[in-house]
Design a protein around this ligand. Sequence first.
Ligand code: ATP
Ligand code: MG
Length: 419
Amino acid sequence: MSETIQSVKGMNDVLPDEGPAWEFFESTVRAWLRRYGYRQIRMPILERTDLFVRSIGEVTDIVEKEMFTFTDKLNGDVLTLRPEGTASCVRAAIQHNLLYAGPQRLWYAGPMFRHERPQKGRYRQFHQVGVEALGLGGPDIDAELIIMGARLWRDLGLADIALEINTLGDIDARARYRTRLIHYLEKHQDLLDGDARRRLHTNPLRVLDSKNPEMQAMIEGAPKLLDDLDEPSLAHFEAVQRLLRHAGVEYRINTRLVRGLDYYNRTVFEWVTTQLGAQGTVCAGGRYDGLITQIGGKAAPAAGFAMGVERLIALMAGGSASMPPLAPDVYLVWSGEAAELHAWRVAESLRDAGVDVTLHAGGGSFKSQMKRADGSGARFAVIIGDDEAAAGQVTLKPLRDQQEQTRVRAEDLPALVAR
Ligand code: ATP
Ligand code: MG
């Protein structure tokens, strides 16, 4: 017996029962982005590996151990399945000179790939919706990106998502802080785990991001970036907070929030929930003013964020978010040779009128077909036998209430059902 082929580890099928949640999520997100004037951009899933090494940083988790990278057999190019969207989005904006036309508010959605240990809320293929504002440097944009998040959680019917913010300052401030932090971590060498030791001199800020419970006390006592911050970054951060307060968006300043990617400066933020266990960050982002030049574009400020779709959908499923049912309006049952052609005509005329119709397939008795009709969740069964076909009629049976079934003319049906 041959073994059945399974999906690749950490890569999930989204099954039809989960469809309504995904569709509700996607349509809500589209409407929300339109409301803020963001336009969609679609990038390839495969990029040159260099793009991510340069943008995400050589010693981040993602580049060190999470990328699906391979060599193109035909020409030797080294390619990577995108682990995130920001780098691709910025690459596309540079490649197509989008910023020549002025600042760009952009969004994208799609699968991302990271070779992580799969667990609840952490997969090797997962989906993000990303939002990027390119060419805009003011605190108003940071605030907009955060405030729009707050609205999306409301639109999705999600409560219990808290906002944490921090500022990383400018490049000099980060450098000053880095020196102080390395000094502190060196003094506590014995408390560092393997990852932290490795990062100590390459990317010490990432040590603060560690989820190892045994290191939390040591991390708590680490010097604070806040003390090294430059005056303009502090003023910027203050302005962001003023706008958040004005909009009534609650936040907590988390001075340990540094984010896993190298490209951030100034404002960083995360939306977190306590309802998903360890994988509680549903959305994260910040300002990345240096990235566009790093990827080879003309200097321009930028900021953005990305949300984890699987985590948000898990929150929706566990909560009270209302999902519109995905049932047809009509389930059409038929039996007989003349009935078949009539059924097809009736089904298409209903669809012409915008009615969702499932036309029974696979034959069977009226009784078994009616069971399918009930199970489909449809509002109506439309029944066609050779009788009805000969008379140019159909039998209309409401399935959701106790109303009697009636015989009506086929041409009157679309109006009756659409009503
Ligand atoms: P984490 O700390 O959970 O690893 P991250 O900092 O690596 O997250 P980002 O690169 O900022 O995550 O991605 C933005 C969002 O995408 C995360 O907040 C999360 O909701 C989601 N996400 C990231 N990695 C995964 C994954 N492997 N599986 C599912 N969702 C993910
Ligand atoms: Mg990660």
